[in-house]
Ligand binder design. Sequence first.
Ligand SMILES: Cc1ncc(COP(=O)(O)O)c(C=O)c1O
Length: 316
Amino acid sequence: MVLDDLFLDLHGFIEGVDLALKIEGLNPAGSIKLKAAVGLLDDAERRGLLKPGGRVIESSSGNLGIALSSVCAARGYRFTCVADPNTASASVALIKAFGGQVVIVDQRDANGGFLQSRVDYIQARLRDEPDLLWPNQYANQANPRVHYEHTAASIYKQYLNVDQLFVGAGTTGTLMGCVEYFRRHSPGTRIVAVDTVGSVTFGFPPGRRYIPGLGTSRRPEIFRPGVVDEVVMVPEAQAVQMCRRLAGERGILMGGSTGSVLAAVEQRKAEIPAHATVVAIGPDSGERYLNTLYDDDWVRGHFGFVPDPLTAQQPA
Ligand SMILES: Cc1ncc(COP(=O)(O)O)c(C=O)c1O
């Protein structure tokens, strides 16, 4: 069910870098989060926490919600997704299409994000409805484990000698799974974590963020500090520019977190040795963002500029 062997050759897209992009957007349910959903539900079933007809609740800014609603539909569970105003309307529609319920929490937390508010909502529901299962992707080791077993293993199988691996950080499930795997099987691989300016995961100050996927307003429990080789913080405007450039130059439509990861490679290109094998993970594709990242009015409203259609750069 998981499509784990799709890589796109982006040689030359970032000057001087031999870059391969791992494509996750063609998984069923449209993103890397299919693996997290399967991993979390398998784990709950194995531990006897989910019985036929059971109910699942989870906090998600979109992709895990879509993936869980799809896998819950296939396994006969009812699903409630706790989302926030940054969740794309297309994601809400997809969750509903799979029979999921969507609750939008619009109260910002102390760090200006929504994560703590979403978690508070879930905890209140669990107090009243103890039969609800909360997989809790931010704290559940089944999340990194599934990326250890699938995402990281498939990269290693494809490119035995990966010199540098760029991985975006949301819950940090993908990142922690990759760190664990590569430290064991390929300790020479340099792991570069990519996060969004405004995210607190790596100890930087909180700030407003508008693009779902990367970043947190509260450090995830599964995150282990100090285990990556480098952290690159990318402003969201650069992610938008990179997405637009990839669409304009290569005809490939990717989501915002892929734009961030590519912008991080661009930022670090001077430090990447010639002929190094560089792999970046592209968590989803761009169709869900047609009304946001790829909409000029939305970009102007949120970032105050519209990328030049030819160069995808911010006008001077
Ligand atoms: C588009 C996108 N990119 C990146 C991520 C981050 O992945 P992880 O939660 O494994 O850190 C997510 C997670 O929801 C996502 O939806």
